[in-house]
Design a protein around this ligand. Structure first.
Ligand code: BES
Ligand code: ZN
Length: 645
């Protein structure tokens, strides 16, 4: 208790320093700022071994070598630590790290123990840091990550567009970075960081930090191979799940003054073309929520095995290539990842139980950015798709189901969430706030929320308290109209919900009514529809369709020829759930290259639902495709498809 109290005052001083640094941008070079640790019950993270009130990491310096042949990342991590008075040890998170040695700043060896593995959490790495030494203190860990480190995916050349060079990518969120970085892997323990990474020529390295000048070349080795060293710096404290790396045969193309895209040369034109709205999105987001504080906004378009659509790694959003449709119709994804530069990266949840605070708020921001950049119609339709999904999910789970809560209750695992609830119910909550409060007033408050908590962790409780203190005040009528606690802690949809426009798709819904009535299909109308409209149509199809009906759908709407992966996915899903033989080869081809879990998991699930037809297809296919998937996708599909039986 005493330790915690002492530490709280250290944190307070640090936070004051932060405010000073922000209010005078013209003053001397910005000092690395230390982000406070939250000590409330709601901020506790059950998925870390760290005890940050006793000793915490403030800065991390990596010096690592990438070995593609050995699938190994090895080198040193130097940690700056702030410890409470009397603290004797610091506890870090590890998951499979091989620790060679740990030393203090003078090079003296420090004792450490790697504790027993706890399923789903890894091992605590406890290091004796010596009571007498003052703050800050520094330790250096010499280590390597295991070849099977779950954050990392080592791709064979065949998995890339160029087909000639290997590729490395990482995915840290939620708790995977402890498989390759020895630090306190908890979102509430923000750290600034820097890195020196060496990679074999001709591969280039990118990270979620600012690249420091030209890479340094070393003299060629005896076998003629040579390596380059890339340096990166993130001078702002970030949640450690946001540290990310990718390396491959990649090139850069500028998009605007502060934005650009990395991709394999084969992909670069298509990527840059698809991303041409990026600067407009940054401008829109800044106008709504204040200055973009990260300097650059670059992106990398990865090979298709990347397990997510996008990941908001600061200054370097990671993207699946499957969002590229040729017509920029899936770029809500960019609005989303960019929005995390405020909701999530600037103001982070302290605990995974507040997932909505990151993803729900971000989905709302995405909608607001889309409205500015793409117009009200597209934004309204995308919102309606999300809202319909929430209604369907709640109907399926039941209104009282705990999983429909925004703040995850104690007895559920917050890493096993339903994304429709976290993202779309979360966004619906903010649309509801906007509706009852008024756009102007709500926007001003949300902007101040980001400003006041910049580079700090937050909780649901803080969000509600700030709203009450700075916006609602003693307006009892407004307070009653918002039903805040009902939204954050209750299940289902509160009755003050601001519903999305039920009539966002008049033409599509009329077409679907005609199809349901007499099988009428209008290929010409379909041809003129937007991606959102086509998705609405596909999602409204009857779940049972005969082979004849599927053949007519494909003939009339050219579904198997779709160049939009969102549409193609819905088509494959419809076919596989209805045992449609002609679709199997295309589904196999798709699943052999695409590792994006949002597509992969439901397609295997569809096959596994028909024991007589789909199960053998799924098993044979998964045995082939599993090695090419990232650990996250493997984990999701492993529970569906049991290859042992
Ligand atoms: N941060 C998420 C991805 C994520 C969530 C990774 C949880 C690990 C754990 C990212 O911002 C995201 O939401 N991506 C979506 C984009 C979509 C909602 C536009 C995706 O990948 O599909
Ligand atoms: Zn997100």
């Amino acid at each position: 208790m005493r330790l915690a109290a002492h530490f709280a005052s250290v944190a307070l001083i640090a936070a004051t320093g932060l405010l000073a640094a922000c209010s005078s941008p013209d003053s001397a070079p910005e000092q690395a700022i230390t982000s406070p640790i939250l000590t409330s019950d709601e901020a506790q993270d059950d998925f870390t071994f760290a005890q940050p009130e006793i000793a915490r990491v403030t800065h991390l310096a990596l010096d690592l070598n990438l070995d593609f042949a050995g699938k190994s990342v090895a080198g040193t991590a130097t940690l700056d630590i702030q410890a409470a008075e009397g603290a004797e040890e610091i506890i870090l998170d590890s998951d499979g790290l091989q620790i060679a040695s740990i030393a203090d700043a003078e090079g003296n060896a420090l004792d450490f123990t790697l504790g027993n593995r706890v399923e789903g959490k890894g091992e605590p790495l406890t290091i004796a840091i010596g009571v007498e030494q003052g703050n800050p203190r520094q330790i250096t860990i010499t280590y390597s990550a295991a070849p099977e480190a779950e954050a990392l995916q080592w791709l064979e050349p065949e998995q890339t567009a160029g087909g000639e060079h290997p590729f490395l990518l990482s995915q840290g969120q939620a708790i995977l970075n402890r498989t390759w970085i020895p630090t306190q892997d908890s979102p509430g323990i923000r750290q600034s960081w820097e890195a020196r990474i060496t990679a074999p020529n001709p591969l280039s390295v990118v990270m979620s930090g600012i690249l420091g000048g030209e890479p340094q070349s070393a003299d060629p080795a005896e076998d003629g191979s040579s390596r380059r060293t890339f340096s990166f710096k993130m001078d702002k404290p970030v949640a450690p799940y946001l540290i990310a790396i990718a390396a491959g045969n990649i090139s850069f193309r500028e998009l605007g003054a502060r934005s650009g895209v990395w991709a394999e040369p084969e992909m670069l034109d298509a990527a840059a073309n698809e991303l041409s709205d990026t600067e407009a999105m940054i401008d829109a987001a800044e106008a709504l929520y204040g200055e973009y504080r990260w300097g650059r906004y670059d992106m990398i378009v990865l090979p298709p095995s990347f397990p997510y659509g996008g990941m908001e790694n600061p200054v370097m959003t990671f993207l699946t290539p499957t969002f590229i449709a040729g017509d920029r119709s899936n770029t809500g994804l960019i609005a989303h990842e960019l929005a995390h530069s405020w909701s999530g990266n600037l103001v982070t949840y302290a605990s995974w139980r507040d997932g909505w605070l990151n993803e729900g708020v971000t989905s709302y921001l995405e909608s607001r950015i889309s409205e500015v950049v793409f117009g009200e119609k597209r934004a309204g339709q995308e919102r309606a798709l999300g809202f319909t999904a929430v209604e369907e999910a709640i109907a399926e789970y039941g209104e009282d189901a705990l999983i429909t809560r925004l703040r995850t209750p104690d007895d559920l695992n917050p890493l096993e969430y339903d994304s429709t609830i976290v993202y779309d119910k979360g966004a619906t909550f903010l649309h509801t706030l906007e509706h009852h409060i008024g756009r102007e007033k709500f926007d001003a408050w949300l902007r101040s929320w980001f400003d006041n908590h910049a580079f700090q962790p937050a909780t649901s409780e803080m969000f509600l308290a700030d709203l009450r203190e700075n916006l609602i005040g003693d307006d009892a009528e407004l307070e009653a109209s918002l039903q805040l606690d009902e939204w954050v802690y209750g299940t289902g949809l509160p009755d003050n919900v601001a519903r999305a426009d039920a009539d966002a798709f008049p033409e599509v819904d009329a077409s679907m009514a005609a199809y349901a009535d007499n099988g009428a299909l209008d290929g010409e109308a379909w041809g003129a529809w937007s991606t959102a409209e086509r998705m609405r149509f596909m999602r409204s199809l009857p779940s049972e369709l005969s082979a004849d009906q599927l053949a007519v759908l494909d003939d009339t709407l050219d579904l198997s020829q779709s160049t939009n992966n969102e549409i193609l996915f819905l088509w494959l899903q419809a076919g596989l759930s209805n045992k449609y033989d002609p679709i199997v080869p295309q589904a196999q081809t798709f699943l052999k290259t695409v590792g994006r879990n949002k597509f992969v998991e439901p397609l295997f699930e569809a096959m596994m639902e028909t024991p007589d037809w789909g199960v053998p297809i799924a098993k044979a296919l998964y045995a082939q495709t599993r090695p090419g998937y990232h650990s996250y996708t493997r984990g999701q599909v492993d529970v569906l498809v049991d290859l042992e039986k």
